[in-house]
Design a protein around this ligand. Structure first.
Ligand code: CA
Length: 388
């Protein structure tokens, strides 16, 4: 079997209302799907992390830079292709968009390899450790409203996520340290005293502000504090980890085994959040997980994007070995965006229906059956939302 074409589909629609996190507000949702076609019929699907115009730039890298290196090759040669592409692009970007673009192609090659082998991705990467994956709901995004009314919105939303059956809830912060502590208190009030909740700063703090917020999180029993400071600030991560009780999580903005090595060597994280659609695809994700386990850092994947990304992550989380082992190990969780997302809910011929699964099982989702990612994107849906 030979690869005959690599096509990027960039999809976009206007959200019903603006959403925000600590870095920006946005009104459109974008998804970047990668389709690898073969001479014998099967196609593989992947996804590249990167919203808005970043998706358009990544599409150019996929189609103009990577495609010519990949057409004519055997799709099961995933590692060979990965290293050829990485070596060719190394001088032009060891992080960021070239690696995001490579990620989507690599995921599609794994999907194809599963279809060729007749095995689901979770079996292909080592086997199914767990039948079902606990799911946490993230929501509680920023809005352009005053802090008091946002806090009351967050409180209601936190209660709703808990009542929907999710095993935990994650909120955004980013108004400034003092107002953020009030938002966190509202979420704690909304979910009650024992329910697990996490706080995502999207690297908006200085170390001093992160310590101020982090001490409040310690007293309120937050489960983790995500991306408190800039991803480049490894010393800041290390200092927060030493001074706070709350687990420090991060890594969604890090790429490849070589980038991740510095986070692990620096003892920067309590919880690693690799993003498979950004860091280099499934091939590289497996190496980052191995590095995490080498340093005894548990992994809870970062998940963003369409049903393609969600399906890939369900397989990878199903196959993730417990760390450390035991009768009652701490299980990884699927990150699930509870805000409006047609690309997650309606892209597939048979939707994953994560929210429905969570409601029926009190917080869990199963792995899509079938070879590869186990999904079939609806071509009519893609044609309807494709902008380029
Ligand atoms: Ca995050």
């Amino acid at each position: 079997m030979k690869i005959t074409d690599v096509v990027s589909h960039v999809l976009q629609y206007d959200l019903p209302h603006e959403l925000g996190y600590s870095q920006q507000f946005y009104t459109r949702r974008t998804a970047h799907l990668v389709e690898v076609q073969t001479d014998e019929g099967p196609v593989g699907w992947g996804e590249c992390f990167g919203p808005g115009n970043v998706a358009l730039a990544n599409k150019a890298i996929v189609e103009k830079v990577i495609r010519p290196m990949v057409v004519g090759r055997d799709p099961v040669d995933r590692e060979v292709i990965w290293h050829d592409v990485y070596n060719a692009l190394r001088d032009h970007g060891q992080k960021g968009m070239p690696i995001q673009a490579l990620s989507g192609v690599d995921i599609a090659l794994w999907d194809l390899t599963g279809k060729i082998a007749g095995l689901p991705l979770c079996k292909l990467v080592g086997g199914q450790v767990r039948e079902r994956i606990p799911v946490y709901g993230y929501g509680m995004m920023l809005r352009r409203e005053d802090p008091a009314s946002l806090a009351s919105r967050f409180k209601n939303e936190a209660t709703a996520i808990k009542d929907a059956g999710f095993v935990a809830a994650k909120m955004k912060v980013g108004l400034g340290a003092r107002d953020d502590v009030r938002l966190v208190q509202a979420v704690r009030d909304g979910v009650g005293d024992v329910f697990r909740f996490m706080v995502d700063a999207n690297h908006c703090y200085t170390v001093a502000d992160a310590l101020y917020v982090g001490r409040a999180l310690d007293s309120m029993g937050a489960y983790w504090f995500e991306e408190p400071v800039a991803p480049e600030d490894l010393d800041g991560y290390r200092e927060l980890r030493a001074k706070l009780d709350t687990s420090i999580a991060g890594g969604e903005a890090e790429f490849t085994r070589w980038g991740w090595r510095r986070l692990f060597d620096g003892r920067c994280l309590d919880i690693a959040q690799p993003e498979v659609c950004a860091l280099g695809g499934v091939s590289e994700y497996l190496k980052v997980v191995a590095a995490a386990h080498t340093h005894f850092v548990p992994v809870v994947n970062h998940v963003w994007g369409s049903a393609v990304a969600v399906a890939a992550n369900l397989h990878l989380l199903a196959a993730l070995p417990p760390l450390p082992g035991g009768l009652h190990p701490t299980e990884p969780m699927l990150e699930f965006d509870t805000t409006h997302n047609l690309f997650r809910d309606e892209l597939l011929e048979e939707p994953l229906d994560i929210a429905g699964q969570v409601a029926r099982t009190d917080g869990y989702a199963g792995v899509p059956a079938g070879p590869g990612l186990g999904i079939v994107p609806d071509r009519g849906f893609i044609a309807r939302y494709r902008i380029e």
